[in-house]
Write a protein that binds this ligand. Structure first.
Ligand code: NAD
Ligand code: UFG
Length: 332
């Protein structure tokens, strides 16, 4: 697992170790720390093998994968801050795109051709309607999104060039929540851009109020609608993708969402319920670049993976709050 120490990686490591898999973590801790994996080891009673390394270090990947000992690679590692990607596009193309090309080359050399890749709903650009199916047109609206699209294209080109690749391009919608133990969760560095971590940090007093970006969207309550998905459901989808990876012929996309769109005000109401008091909010102008609605048609995930999301918005908020309140400063 590349990026195993990160938010989604640590939850997936927990799921895979619990299911009896052996896990090797490859991470440079650019946006995480080994503390998450130490907690995963405590929770599961089984440790991942830890390798500190950078995707941009091609020889390190070749050494790691060269022994042919791996059944599959789950590739989470990447930078994911949209704003930063606009300011530092070359960093994103180097880290995410070149890093992924290095990984694929090392897999090819080591004889491992099964990959589960963290793609994103961002590859649908500004979707014309919802729900979004995998056959919708693809486009990028910022450099981060373009890195995901390019990596998907590289995977499709590679699979077309050589038989035998099994690649699951998992397009996540909006991952939120935390493991129910409250021991692992999302630990954003700096001020979070995403709604749920900002809401929960506001609840612990780190910010005065949540800005509701846009109240005049053509949605029932005027605020933006997204498909929030519990990170534990997402982790289980990775486990299912690995079990069925042989059914992926070449590189095939699968949406990972619940199929239910929720508005910013609905999230604030559910979060306030979980926290036990009203979370302060300020009605604000739209954030440039935001779509009114983005939610998935998750039927292909059900067909291909035998997986559907089980946890609702109340569980997402309850579990995210447990993590945030037990760990107000994350892993630090
Ligand atoms: P995260 O930042 O918590 O985890 C990413 C991990 O990759 C971190 O541990 C980081 O240290 C590591 N990493 C980054 N660059 C690296 C490099 N060059 N070499 C080795 N390790 C490196 O992010 P996350 O939320 O867990 O996201 C995981 C993946 O899912 C990312 O690829 C992200 O783009 C994608 N994704 C995330 C979301 C989301 O909202 N969280 C949505 C869609 C897709
Ligand atoms: N929002 C607020 N206030 C905030 C933050 C967000 O009102 O402080 C609103 C947004 O306008 C949007 C919704 O809450 O309507 C969700 O916003 P997020 O920033 O949490 O998530 P996005 O859907 O904008 O983007 C996320 C990731 C992208 C990824 C995309 C699809 O940040 O990288 O999901 O997977 F591409």
């Amino acid at each position: 697992m590349t990026g195993a120490a990160g938010y989604i990686g640590s939850h997936t490591a927990l799921e895979l170790l619990s299911a009896g898999h052996d896990v090797v973590s490859f991470d440079n801790y650019a946006n995480s720390s080994p503390a998450s994996l130490a907690r995963v080891a405590r929770l599961t009673g089984k440790a991942a093998e830890i390798v500190e390394g950078d995707l941009r270090d091609a020889p390190a990947l070749e050494r790691l994968l060269g022994n042919g000992a791996y059944d599959a690679v789950v590739h989470f590692a990447g930078l994911k801050a949209v704003g930063e990607s606009v300011e530092k596009p070359l960093l994103y193309y180097d880290n995410n795109v070149s890093g992924s090309a290095n990984l694929l080359r090392a897999m090819q050399a080591g004889g491992c051709r099964k990959l589960v890749f963290s793609s994103s709903a961002t590859v649908y650009g500004a979707p014309e309607r919802c729900p979004i199916t995998e056959s919708f047109p693809l486009s990028a609206v910022n450099p981060y999104g373009r890195t995901k699209l390019i990596i998907e294209d590289i995977c499709r080109d590679l699979a077309a060039s050589e038989p035998g690749w099994n690649i699951a391009l998992l397009r996540y919608f909006n991952p939120v929540g935390a493991h129910e133990s409250g021991e692992i969760g999302e630990d954003p560095s700096g001020i979070p851009n995403n709604l749920m971590p900002f809401v929960m940090q506001t609840a612990v007093g780190k910010h005065d109020s949540v800005k509701v970006f846009g109240t005049d969207y053509p949605t029932p309550d005027g605020t933006g609608i997204r498909d929030y998905i519990h990170v534990v459901d997402l982790a289980k989808a990775h486990s299912a993708a690995l079990e069925r990876i042989d059914s992926f012929k070449g590189a095939e996309p699968v949406n990972l969402g619940t199929g239910k769109g929720r508005s910013v005000l609905e999230v604030l109401a559910a979060a306030s319920k979980a926290v036990g008091r009203e979370i302060p909010r300020t009605l604000s102008p739209r954030r440039p670049g935001d779509a009114a609605e983005c939610w998935a048609d998750p039927s292909r995930a059900k067909e291909k993976l035998g997986w559907t999301a089980e946890r609702d918005l109340d569980a997402m908020c309850r579990d995210h709050w447990r993590w945030q309140s037990k760990n107000p400063s994350g892993y630090r």
